[in-house]
Design a protein around this ligand. Structure first.
Ligand code: ADP
Ligand code: MG
Length: 374
């Protein structure tokens, strides 16, 4: 009947998603801020799947280098455009997939803008976090005749390799007592976007506690919003579980050598270590290495179950357009290149089978259409 068709349709949709690969790399260029003009941009060209930047030796058109991505967004891309591209990934959580979305880039490149949005939030400016949860609620509502979903969220912060629960009013608990998976981190059931917005605000305020400069702190720690989904089929009673980690990473910039001493140096070392551990994990997953080095940082330990296997990863790198930022921009783009090149190779291998995959999918689409027409 009708439900069967929907179910089949969903399988098909996930197969199409699978063909796109489990590791994707996107890039977004922030616009110039405060009315600056763009003629001094380090970014010379943005296509749908590539970004060209001027080379450091020569700030001219001739000296450009092009980096390719699964998707690239220029400075005028809207929040809605950015989300619509990752919407299928978000939706797969309701089908039992584990999804990780990372925002990577130097401080000020637009990570928080993409994930949460700017300070002034409205329908246009809201970021991926809100849009993702809103979409999950919407879709779960549409499926309620077939599946009943429970959705709950966690908010964690990793600062100096210490994991903090942002949704608790209790004393700060750290992972050395609670184990790596922070099993007693608050898991809060949510049933509407307004629930989520108030939780996020709570977590955000909590994050500022104990830090003199909130912005400093937020650029030196990773924040992770996790959505856990459990779905129960009404007829069979079968349950499926999916999760989504939305991670706003610490700023990737190298510490200024002259400034970095004491606490700053320690912070910088922790950030450096965890970002390279993350890069190592994704690169080794992309190249299908047997050994994946999850143990090298709290971040990768925490997300171990959601990285690799059937899990889907989106590394969303952000760059600033200013020429002064070129050094950091190039190191960000190189990071992106490292985690994606091998995967692009794998995608090419897939292509050789594509004709049979495509044929099979076409047949399924035809039979679904026929079933729907009945
Ligand atoms: P990060 O989190 O990487 O440190 P932010 O997201 O805080 O960077 O961005 C720095 C500033 O640039 C903020 O004022 C933010 O609102 C603005 N900004 C970033 N990306 C965009 C964008 N795509 N469009 C408009 N403003 C942006
Ligand atoms: Mg930020």
């Amino acid at each position: 009947g009708y439900h069967k068709v929907i179910e089949e349709n969903r399988k098909l949709y996930n197969q199409v998603q699978d063909l796109k690969g489990n590791i994707r790399v996107y890039c977004r260029v922030r616009p110039f801020l405060g009315g600056q003009t763009s003629h001094n941009s380090s970014v010379s060209n943005v296509e749908e799947g590539s970004i060209s930047v001027v080379t450091p030796s020569k700030y001219s058109k001739e000296g450009t280098k092009t980096f390719t991505f699964n998707r690239a967004f220029g400075p005028s891309a809207t929040q809605a455009e950015v989300f619509s591209d990752m919407q299928p990934l978000v939706r797969s959580v309701l089908d039992g997939y584990n999804v990780c979305i990372f925002a990577y880039g130097q401080t000020g490149s637009g990570k928080t803008h993409t994930m949460s949005g700017p300070d002034e939030l409205n329908e246009e400016t809201i970021g991926v976090n809100y849009r993702a949860l809103r979409d999950l609620f919407l879709l779960s509502e549409q499926r309620k005749e077939t599946i009943f979903y429970d959705i709950s969220v966690q908010m964690l912060e990793i600062y100096n390799e210490q994991v903090r629960d942002l949704l608790t009013t209790d004393e700060i608990r750290n992972s050395s007592q609670n184990g790596i998976n922070v099993p007693d981190a608050s898991l809060v059931p949510v049933s509407s976007t307004s629930d989520v917005i108030s939780l996020m605000n709570f977590g955000h305020k909590n994050r500022a506690v104990g830090s003199t400069a909130m912005n400093d702190r937020s650029s030196r720690s990773h924040s992770c919003l996790t959505v856990h989904v459990q779905g129960k089929y009404l007829t069979s009673g079968t349950t499926i579980r999916g999760s989504m980690h939305l991670v706003d990473l610490a700023g990737s910039e190298r510490a200024d050598k002259s400034e970095a001493t004491g606490d700053r140096l320690k912070e910088a070392q922790h950030i450096n270590k965890s970002l390279s551990a993350l890069g190592d994990v994704i690169a080794s997953l992309a190249s299908k290495n047997a050994h994946v080095p999850y143990r090298n940082s709290k971040l990768t330990q925490l997300l171990q179950d959601s990285l690799g296997g059937q899990a889907k990863t989106l590394m969303f790198v952000h760059i600033s357009p200013e020429l002064e930022a070129l050094g950091e921009t190039l190191s960000t783009l190189k990071f992106a290149e490292r985690v994606s090149t091998v995967e692009l190779g794998v995608a090419r291998v897939n292509k050789s089978n594509n004709s049979s995959d495509a044929r099979e999918l076409k047949e399924q689409i035809a039979s679904l259409k026929a079933a729907l027409a009945k």
